[in-house]
Design a protein around this ligand. Sequence first.
Ligand code: PAF
Length: 303
Amino acid sequence: MTFIPCCFKRQLILTVFIGGLIIEIISDIKKMREWSDNVRLKEQRIGFVPTMGFLHEGHLSLIREAQRYSEKVVLSIFVNPTQFGPSEDFSKYPRNLQRDLEMVEKENVNIVFTPGHEKLYPKGYQTYVQLESLPNHLCGISRPTHFRGVATIVTKLFNIVNPHIAVFGQKDYQQVAVIKQMVEDLNFDIKIIASPTIRESDGLAMSSRNTYLSPEQRLSSTSLYQSLKKTQALIKEGIKDVNTLIDNAKKIILNFSETSIDYIKICDIQTLEDMININQPVLMALAVKVGKTRLIDNMVLYP
Ligand code: PAF
């Protein structure tokens, strides 16, 4: 990869040649808007993939999904501080722009948007987007300010990038639900696409946080997918009682070393309210700590 020799911080648009391909990096909000306005003038559709970087195959699948619906694709990389709680991993969240650019090399991304923290949240910043009900379930219980941070940054990025479609991973089921609701409530003219979870060969859902895991913890992390699969099998065998299913999933997970459970829930696929019995498709969602790393996963289960 060859960087055009210029100072990245002062440059508004940086052109990077990677393996003969050109990727433009925009860090300036005004430039990003101008680029999108120009694309819209040509009546081309803009697909948007917001990320926090440290990309993996799951992110690449979101880019490919965006390309199915749009002529141009913007990928943003911004580790958003407002969605991390005070004792969470904001400062140690993995960051490596060069590695990310190499990952998107073959994906025909048109713009990598890397807005700075001081531009998105300048001194005196005070506006947040808060949903009433969806954030009160699942991850929102142990991460009470998380979805307020997500809804806020996604709103800001939507306003800047002005895409026609935006793609999010189904691994963050609750995030997708929150964003779809927010788009409807705030009248954004953006189609939200949920893309299936991409898994490692042993079933672990891909996540930038998987890099925190030691080899032994990596083995324990397979317990999330195993418990989801086993629950689906038990439902097919006719077990409908949610407590029985959750107890069984707990046993599977706690059988592995260094695991502790934040939550295991079987809930309504729309409202995320707890279910008691399984008579319709339901969402099983779980958050498990393996060592200090908090992992999430989910699956829609069918009776
Ligand atoms: O899913 C993520 O990576 C983040 O929550 C998002 C949507 C990029 C907002 O910071």
